[in-house]
Design a protein around this ligand. Structure first.
Ligand SMILES: *Cc1c(COP(=O)(O)O)cnc(C)c1O
Ligand SMILES: [Zn+2]
Length: 365
């Protein structure tokens, strides 16, 4: 198993202490995968992410908390919500963290640092503490107190950084360079996406070996989007699907660089001015994998929508009235779905799924 640079194709062993290539390119991962045998899985009693361990890099028995295996719940006659906040740390990030931290344990890592808007750090901190890995967490100073309480409960040291999400990213990179600790980044480390891809395998089983016609995903740094695209490409390559479902990527209008670049059909992320949004989890003005996210979007023929603050807040209310209290970052997905079927009416009566990807009590505004 190796990391491989997206740009110059140079390979690095999995125990490298580099988080990107010397040329500046970001890593992908390459390893030998088997084809999932969904028929054999019918007899499996394992319903967590480990259900798919044959096609995952590695899951450690002491690390897993049985994340994954989340239900799909009816919201409207056509729309389902996938309950990804029903996981140990209350967000979809547990899918990625279990794979990343399993490998960190295998490599004998004792100390790590991560930056996030909250949920990824919570998840990495939770999995790390199970196996005694020390964790320093960098968050933007405006991150909700509830998320910080949750991170500290897992024994991580929290550093609140003034300024933008990008300033937080710079602070953690200074810290890892100075202290020589492992960078357990959900954005840079592709092991994370190998976990988030299980979201689609589960959908494929839940929709009776088909996929819903519309798959909505939030996009900040794109860790779910990249996972979804890996799984869709695998399913197609393995002959389980003949075409991709309509993927709809959702951004907040206040912070929508991917939407903006996609509208301009640009292959490079265009830096635009942004402002604060209640959807703090997707507030990434300069996602490090920006160009790659655009490439993924074009290759899947996906559509990008951007949603207003009012629509995000209304979405939270709609879902709460359906019995599901999700955080505002997560209700942006419902807002995005609504916007998509308003703009593209022919999709109104098609089966669709949105991720209910973060619990409401994480952020109360
Ligand atoms: C992390 C997160 C997102 C955004 O994921 P990205 O990887 O930044 O695209 C969306 N919603 C919730 C609840 C999250 O925790
Ligand atoms: Zn390179």
């Amino acid at each position: 198993m190796n990391y491989i640079c997206r740009v110059c194709k140079k390979t690095y062993p999995i125990d490298t202490d580099q988080y990107k290539c010397e040329c500046g390119g970001l890593f992908h991962i390459e390893y030998e995968k088997r084809i999932i045998d969904f028929e054999a899985l019918l007899f499996s009693k394992e319903h967590s992410v480990s259900r798919y361990q044959e096609v995952l890099p590695f899951i450690d028995k002491e690390v897993t908390m049985k994340e994954g295996g989340t239900p799909i719940i009816s919201l409207t006659p056509y729309l389902m919500g996938k309950g990804d906040y029903f996981m140990p740390t209350l967000s979809f990030k547990d899918r990625g963290a279990v794979v990343l931290v399993s490998m960190m344990k295998k490599l004998g890592i004792k100390k790590c640092a991560i930056d996030s808007s909250g949920n990824a750090a919570t998840s990495v901190a939770a999995y790390c503490t199970r196996v005694g890995i020390e964790c320093d967490v960098f968050v933007p100073s405006h991150t909700s107190d509830k998320k910080i309480t949750q991170i500290e409960a897992h024994g991580a040291t929290v550093h609140r950084i003034e300024g933008s999400r990008e300033d937080t990213g710079k602070a953690v990179k200074d810290f890892i360079a100075l202290n020589k600790v492992y960078y357990a980044s959900h954005i840079y480390n592709p092991l994370f996406f190998e976990g988030t891809k299980t979201y689609v395998y589960e959908l494929f089983e839940q929709y009776n070996y088909k996929l819903p016609e519309i798959i909505v995903v939030p996009v900040g740094n794109g860790t779910l989007l990249i996972g979804v695209s890996i799984a869709l490409k695998e399913l197609k390559e393995w002959g389980y699907i003949t075409h991709y479902p309509q993927v709809v990527a959702v951004q907040s209008s206040n912070c929508a660089p991917i939407y903006h670049s996609w509208r301009k059909k640009s292959s490079h992320l265009e830096i635009i001015s942004t402002s604060n949004t209640v959807a703090e989890g997707i507030a990434s003005a300069e996602p490090p994998r920006g160009d790659e996210l655009l490439e993924v979007i074009y290759s899947l023929n996906a559509t990008v929508v951007s949603v207003s603050e009012d629509d995000i807040i209304e979405g939270q209310d709609f879902l709460a009235k359906r019995g599901l209290f999700v955080e505002l970052t997560s209700s942006a997905n419902y807002a995005g779905y609504k916007k998509f079927i308003e703009e593209y009416k022919e999709w109104e009566n098609k089966s669709a799924v949105i991720p209910l990807c973060g619990a409401g009590l994480k952020s109360v505004h």
